[in-house]
Design a protein around this ligand. Structure first.
Ligand code: TMO
Length: 289
């Protein structure tokens, strides 16, 4: 472009799951490679869209439809936040289980297998009041979506939903269940490091627009085959035209994003080091943006 990018740092949010944080540093590294300054801002994953709309944060690079679509829509409709296109990767965010668990409940992954009391009994934990326990992610991601769904589907007498304090508690639960040889049902998503590692999502009744209680529906639906979107503050293309053009072109695949998460959650790297390694290993991918 003719006008050069402002030297004012580009403010990139960081949230509480690994691919998002690694991708923040990946994008920051790409912006720095063209001479930009960047700043990383820890932010709530729902409130961030309002912060972008207000101009306190410049971009969002992982807008997951199921968890954040409603907050994204509200900010876009209020003005000040632009839809900056989708990644190639499609997304699913839902409850599921490591594959060995299928043996405990005949009929899985069909959700109706959960109606069987013999199935639920195999997921009782000390804190579950005699019911089968499902471990949902932090409540900031979906509020009461999953407890509402359990009740709407008539599973509330057999199952209870607990919230994990953070994503790491979900992965710790997977490891502990495997070690102890017991069943577990947790919230998970794709793309993630568990792609191809023997994790199956439960087939709930199909999602449709309006099926969730927050949208006025009865709650008897699973999560959508969702987008993974990018968003920017409306002034960002004016203050940083070169970075904005790169960000518009940027599109990561399921395997790109799974690898970003795996470097942290399987290989134990820091988010910053994972981003450096990802950039070094994938020059041909990001230089094309
Ligand atoms: C937004 N998330 C990837 C945690 O489902």
């Amino acid at each position: 472009s003719i006008a050069a990018d402002s030297k004012k740092p580009i403010r990139i949010p960081t949230h509480n799951w690994s691919s998002q944080v690694v991708m923040a540093y990946v994008i920051g590294g790409i912006f720095e490679s063209i001479g930009n300054n960047v700043e990383y801002v820890p932010a709530d994953s729902q409130a961030v869209y309002e912060s972008i709309r207000q101009g306190d944060i410049d971009i969002s690079h992982e807008v997951w439809q199921s968890a954040f679509g409603k907050s994204f829509d509200a900010a876009r409709d209020a003005g000040g936040l632009l839809d900056w296109g989708d990644h190639e990767a499609r997304t699913l965010e839902d409850m599921g289980y490591p594959n060995w668990v299928a043996d405990l409940c005949p009929g899985l992954p069909d959700w109706t297998a959960l109606k069987n009391p013999d199935c639920a009994a195999k997921f009782v934990t000390p804190d579950s009041g005699g019911k089968g326990r499902m471990l949902e992610g932090p409540q900031t991601w979906h509020q009461d979506l999953i407890p509402q769904r359990v009740d709407a589907l008539g599973l509330g007498d057999l199952w209870t939903v607990k919230f994990a304090g953070g994503a790491d508690a979900l992965w710790a639960e997977l490891e502990a269940a495997e070690k102890e040889g017991r069943g577990t049902i947790i919230f998970n998503w794709t793309p993630n490091f568990t792609d191809g590692a023997g994790f199956t999502f439960i087939d709930f009744p199909p999602y449709y627009d309006g099926c969730r209680p927050v949208d006025g529906g009865d709650g008897k639906c699973g999560s959508p085959d969702g987008y993974l979107k990018k968003a920017v503050n409306e002034n960002f293309p004016k203050t940083h035209p070169d970075a904005a053009a790169i960000f518009k072109n940027m599109s990561f695949s399921t395997s790109h994003i799974g690898a970003m998460a795996a470097l942290v959650d399987l290989e134990g790297m820091t988010h910053e080091d994972a981003a450096k390694k990802w950039l070094a290993d994938n020059e041909s991918v990001w230089k094309a943006f």
